[in-house]
Design a protein around this ligand. Structure first.
Ligand code: FES
Ligand code: FES
Length: 212
């Protein structure tokens, strides 16, 4: 005896409905964008990044990090992406004279602020003293961490000159000095997979006018 046609359709319908229900219940907290077919509007904002003395008006997804804004939108690829988690220092830039990890901050938080990247420190024909010292002392091998190291080193010497103490400063009442311990502590957020640390230290000491 053959199975009636309407019974077959009904069985398929039950299976289809069941599969759809299962799929929906498997992702109870799926983002709205996925549930409405990806039509949710991307949150955008207008921001002006002042990078290396030049103003750049941009319309950005508000979730864009400063690092991605620099690299992907302004094509300033000197600033490197290492871990993208605030752990390696490859993305170090200066904002209003203070060093920060560009991967840990949103671009919209720096509207109008003065940002300095490695491209703004010096040029191939007119190197910053720290860039020249890194070359003189072989302070790099592959060079991937170097832009972050140099930005950090410039900021570190400025911090010490301004008398800002670090975790290893023994006497908070005395003038802060450039010592190996101070430099190691203050540069500890900048990792170098090639292990060029001793030469980096030599380069910073050179710029500080201090024998290593
Ligand atoms: Fe920002 Fe590693 S890429 S700290
Ligand atoms: Fe290669 Fe530092 S020079 S990671």
């Amino acid at each position: 005896m053959s199975i009636p046609c309407h019974a077959d359709l009904s069985r398929r319908g039950v299976l289809t409905t069941g599969a759809a229900t299962l799929a929906a219940s498997a992702v109870p907290n799926a983002p709205a964008a996925a549930q409405d077919g990806g039509n949710s509007a991307v949150p955008m904002a207008r921001v002006t990044l002042r990078v290396n003395g030049q103003a750049h008006p941009l319309a950005l997804d508000t979730r864009t990090t400063l690092l991605d804004a620099l690299r992907e939108h302004l094509h300033l690829t000197g600033t490197k992406k290492g871990c993208d988690h605030g752990q390696c220092g490859a993305c170090t830039v200066m904002v209003e004279g203070r060093r920060i990890n560009a991967c840990l901050t949103l671009a919209v938080m720096h509207d109008g602020e003065a940002i300095t990247t490695i491209e703004g420190l010096g040029t191939p024909d007119d190197l910053h003293a720290m860039q020249a010292a890194f070359i003189r002392h072989d302070g790099y091998q592959c060079g991937y961490c170097t832009p972050g190291q140099i930005c950090s080193a410039v900021a570190v010497l400025a911090e010490i000159k301004a008398g800002i103490p670090s975790h290893v400063t023994a006497d908070l009442g005395a003038a802060t000095e450039v010592t190996a311990a101070e430099l190691r502590e203050r540069m500890s957020g900048n990792l170098c997979r090639c292990g060029a640390y001793s030469n980096i230290l030599d380069a910073i000491n050179d710029v500080a006018g201090r024998a290593a």
